[in-house]
Design a protein. Structure first.
Length: 518
RNA sequence: GGCCGUGUACCCAAGUGGCCCAAGGGAACGGAUUGCAAAUCCGUGAUUCGUGGGUUCAAAUCCCACCACGGCCUCCA
């Protein structure tokens, strides 16, 4: 099967993925994962899910992927902007927030953690992230259960980071400044700026409004970034040749990618905001430490997610977490599709309407899967050997024929919209003569990438159970009214259900209901 | 100031020189169905691609200018 063609941020070109290990793979793929000071929001998940979509697309071509995603549990500083570390430790901020939540009884049941223990805070949010990620079908979050190394935590990689700092100093790419901080010397790496376009002569000191001249005094160049900060007062600290302190925040990915995947890797992903400075700095560190022509062969960056046409940011407070939406009755399938259906190199606009649009599409796919399954079951139970033989000999059905185009669309730089259109077109075609087993297999194969058929149900919770009980009670009242042909009473109950956000459907085989997302 | 991305129907969105009087989904509308609905199924739906020029036999697709929106330039996915 042809290889996946993918855009690469570094060269700006679309190229085939050619695994370092050879055409049979595996493809080595490192994704910048979440920080665990708080719950991940849907913008984070757009980036993680696009990485997941990429790895599933590669796997669809028959090439295995070794996908690593870190979980950043080191408490970095709120004012990392100052590059030499400043402000407050984010883990401490999270701890204070948790302590307050604990006091007011807002902590979820069973979450009895010590808000002064940074690792406990990190683990608390990491567990919640993994729950969300599994619901959304992030494959790496499933794999981590049998292979913990696949989602590494930087707090367990400090020796490797220290080793990298030492090597960078030895090779003349880093120095200890007057304030005792170890900095990377950007002028020692001529390619600095190639990824982001922020070359040293173009970089404007403090253009982001966050770097003050005073904090630059100790550095040889304003763009020099911190590798190790000695700070005995820091919440999390480790011994090092430069005194007890903590590592710079770019270092963890360089160390873990090299340790788990190799000094050179095939793919590296992150959100677009990671391009600079994070990935620019990673490239500098990794290449200067390990040598070699490249760090990652392909850089894969997902653009930001807007919400209802507005920029989403923590400060604006217009962001949703995955859990917020699950609590509203949004299915993981709908959220997954909504976050992945817009091409990764375009800003996506997240809307409740879009979520509903996608849900209808998924429901149609799911109905087809069910009807195919029951057709198979029907043939089996009637022992229709003749029909089975006819099906086996039948020409390919519409879904089976769509698989190739579906895959081709995805292989073309992840053209999800075209892939979905291919599927929808096939579904609208007549498949009366097609073999249901082969058709279902084809649909399932396409779903190995989309990943929606098996997560198309609302997430159960205490609230959803309460709602269900209430709805069941109202529905039986309505059924009684309908049996008595008391339409007025029946409609009153339906209005009541509507007020609860429940849509009633009377079908030939009884009444069903769904939650309306508002 | 530098780097980058986007502008296609009411909404989301594909299309990157002829197969485009432009895919797919949703909404809307019409029909079937229904106690009435919802859901479902069938059908309708842009002679036009931010604006203005240009190149070409041929442009949504290439070039120029302009307008608008978004991202990054050391917190951020």
């Amino acid at each position: 099967m042809p290889a996946v063609r993918l855009h690469d941020t570094l060269t700006g070109s679309v190229r085939e993925i050619e695994p370092i290990a050879g055409p049979q793979g595996p493809v080595t793929f490192y994704s910048c994962g979440p920080t665990v000071y708080d719950d991940a929001h849907i913008g984070n998940f757009r980036s993680f899910l696009n990485a997941d979509l990429l790895r599933r697309t590669i796997e669809l071509t028959g090439v295995p992927v070794r996908h690593v995603m870190n979980i950043t549990d080191v408490g970095h500083m709120t004012d990392d902007a100052q590059a030499d570390g400043g402000g407050e430790d984010k883990m401490a901020v999270a701890g204070r927030r948790l302590a307050e939540a604990k006091k007011s009884g807002q902590l979820p049941a069973g979450a009895d953690i010590d808000p002064s223990d940074p690792l406990a805070i990190a683990n608390f949010y990491a567990d919640r992230f993994l729950q969300d990620a599994r619901l959304l079908g992030l494959k790496v979050a499933d794999e981590v259960q049998s292979d913990p190394s696949i989602m590494p935590r930087p707090t367990r990689w400090i020796p490797q980071m220290i080793d990298m700092v030492r090597r960078l100093i030895d090779r003349g790419h880093a120095y200890v400044a007057g304030d005792g901080v170890v900095y990377f010397d950007v002028r020692s790496f001529p390619d600095y700026g190639r990824l982001s376009g922020n070359t040293l002569d173009q970089l404007r000191e403090g253009q982001g409004g966050r770097v003050s001249a005073a904090n630059q005094a100790n550095k040889r160049h304003p763009a020099d970034f911190m590798l190790w900060k000695p700070d005995p007062a820091h919440l999390m600290k480790w011994d090092s040749p430069w005194g007890p302190g903590y590592p710079g925040w770019h270092l963890e990915c360089s160390a873990m990618a090299a340790g788990l995947l190799g000094e050179q890797i095939d793919l590296h992903s992150g959100g677009e905001d990671n391009i600079f400075p994070h990935h620019e700095c990673e490239i500098a560190q990794s290449r200067c430490c390990h040598g070699g022509p490249a760090f990652a062969r392909h850089w894969f960056h997902t653009r930001h997610l807007m919400v209802e046409g507005q920029k989403m940011s923590k400060s604006k407070g217009n962001f949703f977490t995955a859990r917020d939406l699950f609590a509203k009755g949004v299915t993981p399938a709908a959220l997954r599709l909504e976050l992945v259906r817009t091409h990764y190199r375009v800003n996506a606009n997240f809307t409740l309407q879009g979520l509903a649009d996608g849900q209808r599409m998924i429901d149609r796919w799911a109905r087809h899967a069910e009807s195919l399954a029951s057709a198979i079951e029907g043939l089996r139970s009637t022992g229709a050997a003749a029909a089975a033989a006819r099906h086996a000999a039948a020409a390919s059905g519409p879904l089976e024929r769509a698989v190739e185009d579906f895959g081709a669309a995805l292989r073309d730089d992840l053209n999800v919209a075209r892939a979905i259109a291919t599927l929808n077109e096939a579904l609208a075609k007549d498949h009366a003569d097609a073999c249901p087993a082969r058709e279902l297999a084809a649909l399932r194969r396409m779903d190995t990438v989309l990943g929606v058929l098996d997560r198309n149900a609302p997430v159960a919770s205490k609230a959803s159970e309460d709602l269900e009980a209430r709805v069941t009670e109202l529905l039986s009242r309505r059924a009684a009214a309908r049996a008595a042909r008391d339409w007025a009473a029946s409609d009153r109950v339906r209005d009541e259900l509507q007020a609860l956000g429940v849509q009633v459907k009377d079908g030939p085989s009884g009444t069903t209901w769904t939650r309306v997302v508002r």
